[in-house]
Ligand binder design. Structure first.
Ligand code: ACO
Length: 748
């Protein structure tokens, strides 16, 4: 008999981090993978056995049909099987005449409903039978009360579906996914958010790590609610139990009982579940990596021993942060401006080469340019990371481009430093603090030197320092007020001979990223008259977003200076932002050039009208689409027939109730309109449309719209423009298009 699914932990396999079989019944090695494989073998055996054997098996789970009044819920053999049932025990095939130990009716009486059932359906039911027996054993063996209860519910559910010959459907208040964005989406967002600036090869490595991590979660065994209560007593116990139950029902048990629909943990759960497992999981994974380091293949060693721990630490910050953008539902929307760049720094791919899986999954702007075209355009644009060191920056380079390149090459460094009363700062930091005090004193001559010294060395203040050749050449001194939700920028300066080289901008961008990391999203500063221009260029404004009550009494007030504020957007990687914008501009420029080249094309004139054609569809005019024209009918096609029906019904009702609908309510009478049916070959009216709607003729919105349009076109064709009918057609047509736009059937 199979072992029940148990709590275990994935191991690090010889080929790197791979999901391992969770332990089963506490016996390592005889785990879930083995368990599910054994069930699969048994299912195969049973499915190839003779029909009487199958009937016997199903009869045990089928109610007695004899005389219509028998209450027996399953045929029982005269030679009872052991409890719990031993599925692998060979028993002699019974015949259909054998009486039931419980109700005395024959086995045949229990399986009459299966007489005409296909072999395929029989096999499906037998699959559920083996899952039922497996769960039965699980219920018996399981010691944890919560888990036992879930196994039992699933056992009952599967039994019921055999009795009713239905599909096992979990009856839950909520159906998956249980949280959005999913863990998978969050981790993918994390990769985009933190690593999109990396060169292609390194980004590939990060993606590999992300995939490995997601794989681990999908095979991770959650601790039981009681184990968790012991470990984290103050946690949201009810919330965890709900997730644990869902996980058992939708992810864990279906790994063994394949008659239940199976979902991946990373796709149906979100940050809440990840938060409850991350710390333990990270610890265990790293511990295992250390223990198995000698078994790792050399090519995986750096990845697992060096990159993976770093990856996990960075991810941990985002998992537990309150303001990380990766968990925002509209992260993609916020991140979309960066999207072309993300692709841009990706692998240089020939336009014909297929996309990588990850790239396929990347967000698309609704109605945006085809992927192939973007790839083609991007192949013509240089990767910023590939700019040779010696290359001269163009006149249109972003202000901070030179500084960013210098940082990449290690010419300059940025460090947040400060004095401390608890721990004496090392000599190097003290030297830098003195250097900062010097730069500020020289660049801010109106500030008393002692005052600068006091603040730079005050432990409550920190300074983001810019170091070149081991020397301080600039910095921003600031004080964080986390409880007030802002940071005060106290001094900001770059030494004179290094000014206007972009260092000031790059400094500020680093400061912004540092604050996003520390979840403070507002800067306030009293800017010198001469520095207002600089602060404006860094996104500061005199329009302060922080409520006055939050900063009065906290921030230092400077006479003659202007209070300015800057609100940070946590989705923006500020130090990369100008590259992103620049690349986007290049992409858009190229796309416009292409479009223009197409538009300039001269098409031959249409000759069809000479041949007597009176009307052609607009979209058939050569080149019309290239100008950006879209058919009016372009809009949402409702896939669900019931939804389409009810939408069209509402629209038709509105049209019929309109004050100008009266001429179109019924088919035109021959007596009232002489020669009408000679002129109008395809008549249409609202009554006919109502009948067509009722008979479900309108399977697409286009059919419906075509009929309605015909009413108006016919009317205008038969009647003169100054007629009442003609005017009614125009007004009703306008009303009709408003309604279908409102319903989203065509674009607004
Ligand atoms: N007025 C207007 N614009 C300025 C000023 C200024 N005083 N200083 C720089 N800019 C502009 C630059 O021209 C550049 O614009 P661009 O991108 O359109 O070409 C942009 O601001 C940023 O230039 P960077 O090269 O990135 O900045 P820089 O390295 O020169 O540093 C800083 C700017 C810190 C203001 C530097 O000029 C400096 O130290 N000035 C003297 C000290 C000072 O005034 N500090 C601010 C006092 S207020 C306070 O500390 C709260």
């Amino acid at each position: 008999m199979s072992d029940p699914p148990l709590q275990g932990s994935p191991a690090i396999g010889a080929a790197g981090l791979v999901p391992a079989a969770p332990g089963a019944g506490g016996t390592e090695g005889s785990g879930a993978a083995g368990g599910s494989a054994r069930i699969a073998v048994k299912k195969a055996q049973l499915r190839s056995s003779p029909r009487p054997k199958k009937l016997e098996k199903l009869g045990v789970y089928s109610s007695c049909k004899a005389e219509g009044a028998c209450k027996c819920n399953g045929w029982k053999s005269q030679n009872p099987p052991p409890t719990p049932p031993q599925t692998d025990q060979q028993s002699n095939a019974v015949n259909l005449q054998e009486p039931c130990r419980s109700c005395s009716h024959t086995l045949g009486d229990h399986v009459t409903h299966l007489e005409n059932v296909s072999e395929e359906e029989m096999n499906r039911l037998l699959g559920i039978v083996l899952d039922v027996e497996y769960l039965y054993t699980c219920v018996h063996k399981e010691e944890d009360a919560d888990t036992k209860q879930v196994y039992f519910s699933l056992f009952k559910l599967l039994r019921k579906s055999i009795l009713q010959m239905g599909k096992p459907m979990l009856e839950a208040q909520e159906s998956p996914p249980f949280e959005k964005p999913s863990i998978e989406q969050g981790v993918n967002n994390f990769v985009q958010y933190k690593f999109s600036h990396l060169p292609s090869k390194e980004r590939q490595t990060i993606m590999e790590l992300a995939k490995m991590f997601l794989n681990q979660i999908n095979y991770w065994q959650l601790e039981t609610p009681s184990q968790r209560r012991q470990r984290v007593p103050n946690d949201d116990a009810a919330g965890y139990k709900a997730n644990y139950t869902r996980w058992l029902c939708y992810c864990n048990v279906p790994q063994f009982c394949d008659s239940l629909p199976r979902y991946e943990t990373t796709q149906i759960f979100g940050r809440t579940l990840l938060r409850s497992v991350f710390t333990v999981m990270r610890k265990q994974l790293l511990e295992q990596a250390r223990q198995e380091k000698d078994k790792l293949p050399p090519e995986k060693r750096t990845l697992i021993l060096t990159h993976f721990p770093k990856f996990l630490s960075m991810l941990e910050e985002e998992v537990y942060s309150h303001s990380s953008p990766i968990w925002s539902q509209d992260f993609l929307a916020g991140y979309l401006p960066l999207y072309p760049y993300v692709l841009l720094v990706g692998e240089k791919r020939k336009p014909t080469e297929p996309l990588h899986h990850e790239e396929n999954k990347r967000p698309r702007v609704v109605g945006d340019i085809p992927m192939d075209l973007i790839n083609e355009v991007m192949a013509t644009i240089t990767d910023p990371a590939a700019i040779p060191e010696t290359s001269l920056l163009s006149a249109h380079s972003a202000r901070d481009e030179a500084a960013r390149l210098e940082e990449r090459r290690g010419v300059i460094e940025f460090h947040v430093i400060g004095n401390s009363l608890n721990q004496k700062p090392n000599k190097r930091i003290l030297m830098w603090l003195v250097g900062l005090q010097n730069v500020f004193s020289h660049q801010l001559p109106r500030m008393p030197k002692e005052y600068i010294t006091r603040l730079v060395f005050d432990p409550k203040h920190k300074t983001l320092s810019l170091i070149k050749d081991g020397r301080v050449i600039g910095g921003i001194c600031f004080r964080m007020f986390p409880s007030q939700g802002f940071t005060e920028i106290v001094f900001c300066a770059v030494t004179s001979n290094e000014q206007v080289k972009g260092y000031g901008t790059h400094l500020m961008n680093h400061l912004k990223e540092y604050h996003i990391k520390h979840e403070i999203l507002n800067f306030l500063t009293y800017a010198d008259e001469y520095a207002i221009g600089y602060f404006k260029k860094q996104g500061f404004s005199k329009d302060i977003k922080v409520p006055k009550a939050k900063y009065v009494g906290y921030i230092k007030d400077y006479e003659g200076a202007t209070l300015m504020g800057c609100e940070l957007n946590p989705s923006i990687p500020y130090t990369e932002f100008s590259v992103i914008i620049k690349k986007q501009k290049e992409i858009i420029k190229k796309l416009i050039e292409r479009k223009q080249a197409q538009i300039r094309k001269v098409y031959p004139g249409l000759s069809c009208f000479k041949d007597g054609v009176r009307q052609i569809p607009i979209e058939s005019i050569p080149g019309i689409r290239e100008t950006g024209w879209k058919p009016v009918g372009k809009g949402k096609e409702l896939k669900d027939p019931d939804q389409l029906y009810s939408t069209l019904k509402t629209i038709l009702q509105h049209v019929k109730s309109h004050q100008n609908a009266w001429p179109f309510m019924e088919p035109v009478k021959k007596t009232e309109a002489p020669g009408y049916y000679q002129v109008i070959r395809f008549p249409m009216d609202l009554k006919t449309m109502s009948e067509r709607l009722k008979s479900r003729y309108y399977t697409t919105r286009k059919l419906f719209m075509a009929d309605m349009q015909r009413i108006f076109t016919n009317c205008r064709e038969y009647n003169p423009p100054e007629s009442e009918y003609y005017k009614c057609a125009n007004l009703l047509e306008k009303f009709f298009y408003t309604k279908i736009k409102e319903a989203g059937l065509i674009e607004k």
